[in-house]
Design a protein around this ligand. Structure first.
Ligand code: F6R
Length: 607
């Protein structure tokens, strides 16, 4: 989604602004722009498409200065175009905005009535126009901004520069994150901390209704009552692991390879490696007091919830509902306070998940979130949260955050089983011991996917594919199909293999490759029967299984991806890897933009 970067520096800011936007580009965008404040006033450059277009424009029409604001836009109100790109401005003020102004039609009508002329179709342009009207009434920049944001309904993170106060940038937030960095060269503002790592040493987060004012060497923050807020600046820590592609062709590939490390960090955070037991203090205290679990999430995080449902049922003996966040609020399902509401989100900013969390809180439920970003809105608004330790994930298609979520959910289900007395010490030790083999087993699977290129080559010309699995392999099939759709743009459907005969089998012919996920276990025989059903109708079948499964099905399959024998507990985590790698290699062969697929955004902050 949209990204904001702003700088007041003792060095020229243009390349810093464009560099900052480059770091934010993983969030997804379709146009970009900057405003620099210099001796000519507020000078704007905007371009549609990738950042290269903005860089090309800036080398054609250079602009330099020590103060500037910048933006990557992911279109919501109005098509991706130069005219709709940020910054939006009048001759007195320029603004970059992330969020949605819900009451913009009324505000716009009132401004137009007063003679203010809009050039774009965006909700965001309302903000500079409102500020300008206040300036025209004689208000100072600080008062004009404060009064303008008071009139906004919806969510916003904004950075603002005034023609009359050219050495200062203001920032304000409500519902959309904003972080302020302090570095050797000055002060900086961004939508997330990753973009500050090149320029800042310390940072602080703005809270809702606060307004910050930065110059090259000062930072002041006031709250809604105008009272100065003293914020602690914390050192900016971005792990080496999270920086750059580190020799990999894409962030997604790097992140796939980081998964053993993520597993190791997660296990060490939640378990004691000396005793193979769960660290009780790493989990919220009252987990055993709930009689029902309601999991709510979107996309990949929702699929993690679907896998985890079976762990919570098995180990904690809890009834579990799993809902898509955008549907959950509107279902009017009866909620009772003995239900724990669990929200899963990598970003912690997903608008639908955040709205579902707020709804659950209103209904009196205890809300626990599982998040990859500790400073996110969902972390702030939940009763408590658990961390995934995936580190920054830059590839839009989630990989390491998904497996990170799976592992924490599995550990949480064991902790709930333990807390309620259903899981005894010996069983706990046995299971945790297996889990500690996961980093090595994952690394082995990733390194040994030797034939994945050949399998990918057989899929790359397909228009459609079907992914099938039973039990936990069904949500994995959904996740595998989503990965393929997201980055290769090949249509992929996923079904529980047993559902095939109830409709989807009509789609099967020799143009419909089928990816069949069949780990060893009680479901394998039935899954292989489904495999024969599709193969006898002409489908090319790609089987993901162990050696024995592949041997059993060899007459009915076109290709196979072998996953080494493993403890059943580890299967969902290990069987995810070939699905990620398959999608990745198909996308590379098709030459798509793997890390920033079309139309997608990393953090979906609109409903
Ligand atoms: C797909 C993917 C998305 C996200 C979804 C929710 O690869 O990552 O489906 O899972 O947009 O985002 P979060 O987890 O940040 O709430």
């Amino acid at each position: 989604m949209c990204g904001i970067f702003a700088a007041v520096s003792n060095e020229s800011v243009t390349s810093t602004l464009v560099g900052g936007l480059g770091t934010l580009s993983y969030r997804g965008y379709d146009s970009s722009g900057i405003v620099v404040s210099n001796e000519n006033g507020l000078v704007r450059r905007r371009a549609e498409g990738k950042l290269e277009s903005l860089s090309a424009l800036l080398s054609d029409q250079p602009v330099e200065g020590y103060v500037g604001i910048a933006h990557t836009r992911w279109a919501t109100h109005g098509a991706p175009s130069v005219i709709n790109a940020h910054p939006h401005m009048t001759d007195r003020v320029a603004v970059v905005h992330n969020g949605i102004i819900e009451n913009y039609p009324a505000l716009k009508a009132s401004l137009e009535k007063d003679g203010y002329v809009f050039e774009s179709e965006t909700d965001s342009e309302t903000i500079p126009q409102l500020i300008s009207r206040n300036l025209d009434k004689g208000m100072s920049p600080a008062v004009a901004l404060k009064d303008a944001v008071r009139q906004l309904d919806g969510s916003y993170a904004i950075a603002v520069v005034f023609a009359d106060e050219p050495q200062t940038i203001y920032a304000a937030r409500y519902g959309s994150p904003l972080v302020i960095g302090q570095g050797a060269a000055g002060h900086f503002i961004s939508s997330d901390s990753i973009a500050l790592s090149r320029v800042a040493r310390n940072l602080c987060y703005l809270d809702d209704n606060e307004i910050a004012q930065i110059t090259v060497d000062t930072l002041s923050i006031t709250n809604a009552d105008g009272i100065t807020v003293a914020k602690e600046m914390k050192p900016l820590v971005v792990s080496q692991q999270d920086q750059g592609k580190q020799g990999y062709k894409h962030f997604m590939l790097k992140e796939i390879h980081q998964q053993p490390e993520v597993m190791r960090n997660t296990l060490n955070h939640y378990c004691d490696p000396a005793t193979f037991t769960l660290k009780e203090e790493a989990f919220p205290a009252n987990l055993s007091s709930f009689e029902r679990l309601s999991i709510v999430a979107c996309g990949t995080s929702y699929y993690a919830g679907m896998v985890a449902r079976q762990w919570f049922e098995r180990y904690a003996c809890l009834p579990v509902d799993v809902d898509i966040a955008s549907e959950y609020r509107y279902r009017e399902s009866p909620l009772s306070t003995n239900t724990l509401a669990l929200f899963i989100s990598q970003s912690g900013e997903t608008a639908d998940s955040l709205a579902a969390l707020r709804y659950s809180k209103e209904q009196g439920l205890t809300c626990l979130s599982l998040l990859n970003v500790e400073t996110s809105s969902m972390a702030m608004e939940s009763d408590c949260y658990l961390r995934t330790l995936a580190g920054a994930e830059i590839g839009v298609a989630s990989t390491k955050a998904f497996t990170g979520q799976l592992l924490v959910l599995l550990l949480m289900s064991l902790q709930m089983g333990k807390a309620s007395g259903r899981l005894d010490r010996d069983a706990e030790r046995e299971l945790i011991k297996h889990l500690f083999t996961l980093p090595v087993e994952m690394a082995k699977v990733i390194d040994e996917m030797a034939n994945i290129d050949t399998v990918a080559a057989s899929l790359m010309h397909s228009d459609h594919t079907m992914y099938l699995g039973r039990g936990m392999s069904f949500p994995l099939a959904l996740e595998g199909a989503l990965k393929l759709k997201e980055i290769s743009y090949i249509h992929a459907e996923a079904y529980p293999a047993g559902e095939l005969k109830h409709g989807p089998i009509a789609l099967i012919d020799n143009k419909m490759p089928v990816v069949m996920i069949a780990p060893p276990g009680p479901m394998m025989g039935k899954t292989l029967s489904n495999l024969r059903e599709v193969s006898s109708r002409g489908a090319q079948v790609i089987l993901i299984s162990n050696g024995a499964g592949i041997e059993m099905a060899k007459q009915h399959i076109t290709q196979a991806i072998e996953v080494p024998e493993t403890a059943p507990l580890l299967q969902p985590l290990l069987y995810t890897l070939p699905l990620q790698l398959l999608a990745y290699h198909v996308a590379c062969m098709k030459g798509t933009d793997v890390d920033q697929p079309r139309n997608l955004a990393k953090s979906v902050t609109v409903e």
